[in-house]
Design a protein around this ligand. Structure first.
Ligand code: FES
Ligand code: MG
Length: 592
C-alpha cells in the first residue's frame, strides 16, 4: 500500500522512509504530511514517486567552481542509478568552495560549508544523501557535516582534470603552476612561455591533476569505504566517472538503513586505513588537518586518533605512489595503473581489512572481489612495498619548544634533503604583507642557511590558515641557484607544492602563549626530522620573558569575539591545527 496516499493514521508517522521524516513542524503531523505532499507535487512528482526512499543529491556546481563543472552530468548519472533501483532522487544546493575564489581563504569557509551540509541533510526528508564535491575543502566539509548529520552519506567526487601540454611536456595544476612561476620569477622563463603555460595548466573541468589536497581527499574518502575505489581517480571528463556516479546512485538506495549511518560504518580502523593511504600516496599536508576535523566529529573515534597517530603510521608506511609533488606522475597515471584498488592491494599487509564499506562488504571482501584488471600494471606509478619512492614517513609530525601542539612537514617533498637536519638563524616576517614587502629586498639579510619564519597565518591569524607556507626563495638567492630553504609557518601549504617546509606550527603566533609568536631575527632554529624535533635555541627564561612582555604590551592580534557575523563566530570558536581547525561547538567533544 502507498504509505503517503491516504495519510493513514495507523501508519507510524515517524517512519524514517521518504517524506514522512520530521513531520512535527505544524504540530499536527498528518496536516504536515498533507502540506508537504501538496508542495512536493508542485515539483511534478506523482504518488508512486512519493512512496520511494528519497535520495538527496548535493549539487555544489557553481560558476565560480570549474573543478565542479561536470556536476550537471554527474547528477544526471546519479539520478539514473537511483531510479533504476527504485529510489526517488532529489537534488538540492549547498555552498560551493573553489580554492582560488574564496576570500580570505577557502579554509575559513570550510566549516561554514560543513554546517550548511549537516543542517540541510538533517532538515530535509531524505533517507540517504550523495554529496558531490571535489575541490580541496569541499570533500572534508561534506564528510564533517555528513558524519555529524549521521544519515547514510555517499561522497561522489568530480574527479581529476586531464593534464595539459607545453612544448611536448605534460603540465598540470598546480605543482607545475608553481615550478613554472618560480622559473619565470627567477628570470629563467620568458613571458611568452609563461602565458602559453597559463592556458594549459587546467585544460579540462575537474580537480587539480596531481596528488594535491583534492586528489588526496578523494583517495581518503575511498579508503574510508564510502565510495567505489575507482571513484577516487576516474578523470572528471571520463565515461568511467559517469558510471561511478550511476553506481553511487545504486549504492545510495541500498544504503537506506540505520546500519549504513556514517557513525556506524566508520570505526577507528577505517581512519587508520585512511592515514596509511595518506602516507603511502605522499598526500597533502592539508589532509592532516582535515582528517583530524573529520575524526573529531565522530563520537566513538574522537580522542583515539591524534597527530601522533599520523607519525606512528608513517614510520611503518612507505611512499609508493609516484605522483607530483613528491614524484613525477599525474592522477591519470594513477588511475591507469589501477588507482585505489591497486594501491590497497599493494598496501594490504598494512590495512585493517575488516573495516566496513558502504556496500556492506568489508574492505578485504572488496579487494578479494577485484579483478586482475585492477592490479597495478605499471609498477612505476604504484610501486611495490619493497621498492618505494620514499622509505617511510612522507608526512612527519614535529614537536619541540617551538611547537608544543605539534607541527607537520612533508619530508618527501623536500627538494634539498640536507635541510631535513638543519640549524640556522631566523629571518622573521610578521605576516604575509610584511613578507611581500621585504622578501625580495636586495638588502634583506638572508643566506641560503637562514631559516625563513612567517608568522600570522594560523587558523585565527589570517584568518583561515592560508596556503602561504610555501615562502618564495628570496629573489637574490633564487638567482644564485638556491632552490630550497628551511621555511616555517603556522599556516598551510598547497598539497601541490614542495620544499623543506614546516607547517601548522601550534599554538599559532597570535595566541598569547605562542613561543612561535616571539621568535626574533637571528634566533637559531633547529629542525631535525629524524628525531621529530623543531626547537628554538633560546634559553627558557628568555622565552618566558618575551611572552610576558608581549602579553603586557597586549600586542597579540588574537581577537576576543568583538567582530560581527561569521568572522566573529569563526574567531570565537575555531580550534588549533592539531584539532582540525573546526569550531569547538561542532566537535563530538563539544556541546550536544
Ligand atoms: Fe579545485 Fe585544485 S583548485 S582542486
Ligand atoms: Mg590546493
Amino acid at each position: 500500500a502507498d504509505p503517503l496516499e491516504d495519510y493513514d493514521l495507523s501508519r507510524p508517522l515517524n517512519s524514517k522512509v521518504g517524506l514522512r521524516q520530521g513531520l512535527a513542524a505544524y504540530g499536527d503531523a498528518h496536516f504536515s504530511l498533507f502540506l508537504r505532499k501538496a508542495f512536493i507535487k508542485a515539483a511534478g512528482y506523482g504518488e508512486d514517486a512519493l512512496t520511494r526512499p528519497v535520495i538527496g543529491i548535493i549539487n555544489t556546481g557553481s560558476g565560480f567552481n570549474p573543478c565542479h563543472a561536470n556536476v550537471p552530468q554527474l547528477i544526471e548519472a546519479v539520478k539514473r542509478g537511483v531510479q533504476l533501483n527504485g529510489g526517488l532522487p532529489i537534488e538540492f544546493p549547498t555552498i560551493s568552495l573553489h580554492e582560488s575564489f574564496s576570500s580570505p581563504t577557502s579554509m575559513y569557509l570550510r566549516n561554514l560549508m560543513s554546517m550548511d551540509t549537516e543542517e540541510m541533510i538533517k532538515a530535509q526528508p531524505l533517507d540517504a544523501c550523495i554529496m558531490i564535491g571535489g575541490c580541496d575543502k569541499t570533500v572534508p566539509a561534506q564528510l564533517m557535516g555528513g558524519i555529524s548529520a549521521n544519515k547514510p552519506v555517499l561522497p561522489l567526487v568530480t574527479g581529476p582534470m586531464m593534464p595539459g601540454s607545453h612544448r611536448g611536456t605534460r603540465i598540470g595544476a598546480c605543482t607545475d603552476c608553481r615550478n613554472n612561476w618560480a622559473a619565470y620569477r627567477a628570470g629563467v622563463m620568458d613571458i611568452e612561455d609563461i602565458a602559453a603555460i597559463n592556458d594549459e595548466l587546467a585544460p579540462t573541468s575537474g580537480t587539480c591533476g596531481v596528488m594535491g589536497t583534492a586528489s588526496t581527499m578523494a583517495c581518503i574518502a575511498a579508503a574510508l569505504g564510502l565510495m567505489p575505489l575507482r571513484g577516487a581517480s576516474a578523470p572528471a571528463v571520463s565515461a568511467t566517472r559517469l558510471r561511478v556516479a550511476e553506481e553511487t546512485g545504486k549504492n545510495a538506495v541500498a544504503a537506506v538503513s540505520d546500519e549504513y549511518r556514517p557513525q556506524t560504518i566508520l570505526t577507528k580502523e577505517s581512519f587508520l586505513n585512511a592515514i596509511t593511504v595518506l602516507q603511502a600516496i605522499g598526500g597533502s599536508t592539508n589532509a592532516v588537518v582535515h582528517i583530524m576535523a573529520i575524526v573529531n566529529r565522530h563520537p566513538d573515534v574522537a580522542g583515539t586518533i591524534t597527530l601522533d597517530t599520523f607519525d606512528e603510521i608513517g614510520k611503518k608506511t612507505p611512499l609508493v605512489v609516484d605522483l607530483k609533488p613528491s614524484g613525477d606522475g599525474y592522477m591519470t597515471d594513477f588511475h591507469n595503473a589501477g588507482g585505489m584498488t591497486a594501491l590497497l592491494q599493494t598496501l594490504r599487509p598494512l590495512l585493517f581489512l575488516s573495516a566496513r564499506t558502504i556496500t556492506g562488504q568489508s574492505l578485504g571482501e572488496v579487494l578479494d572481489a577485484s579483478s586482475p584488471h585492477d592490479f597495478p600494471y605499471s609498477r612505476e606509478i604504484i610501486r611495490p612495498l619493497s621498492n618505494p619512492l620514499y622509505p617511510r614517513s612522507s608526512i612527519v609530525v614535529l614537536r619541540g619548544n617551538l611547537a608544543p601542539g605539534g607541527a607537520v612537514i612533508k619530508a618527501s617533498a623536500s627538494k634539498d634533503r640536507r635541510l631535513l637536519s638543519h640549524a640556522g638563524a631566523a629571518v622573521v616576517f610578521s605576516d604575509t604583507a610584511d613578507l611581500a614587502r621585504r622578501i625580495d629586498d636586495p638588502k634583506l639579510k638572508v643566506t641560503a642557511d637562514s631559516v625563513l619564519v612567517l608568522k600570522g597565518i594560523g587558523p585565527i591569524g589570517h584568518p583561515g590558515m592560508p596556503e602561504a607556507g610555501l615562502i618564495n626563495i628570496p629573489r637574490k638567492l633564487g638567482a644564485m641557484g638556491v632552490q630550497d630553504m628551511l621555511r616555517l609557518s603556522d599556516g598551510r601549504m598547497s598539497g601541490t607544492a614542495g620544499g623543506t617546509i614546516v607547517l601548522h606550527i601550534s599554538p599559532e603566533s597570535v595566541m598569547a602563549d605562542s613561543v612561535y609568536g616571539v621568535v626574533r631575527d637571528g634566533d637559531i632554529i633547529r629542525c631535525d626530522v629524524e628525531n621529530r624535533l623543531i626547537q628554538l635555541d633560546v634559553p627558557d627564561e628568555e622565552i618566558v620573558r618575551r611572552i610576558a612582555d608581549r602579553k603586557s604590551a597586549n600586542s597579540t592580534k588574537h581577537a576576543t569575539g568583538k567582530k560581527r557575523g561569521y568572522r566573529g563566530l569563526y574567531e570565537r570558536s575555531v580550534n588549533q591545527a592539531e584539532h582540525g581547525v573546526d569550531f569547538d561547538f561542532l566537535t563530538a567533544a563539544g556541546p550536544s
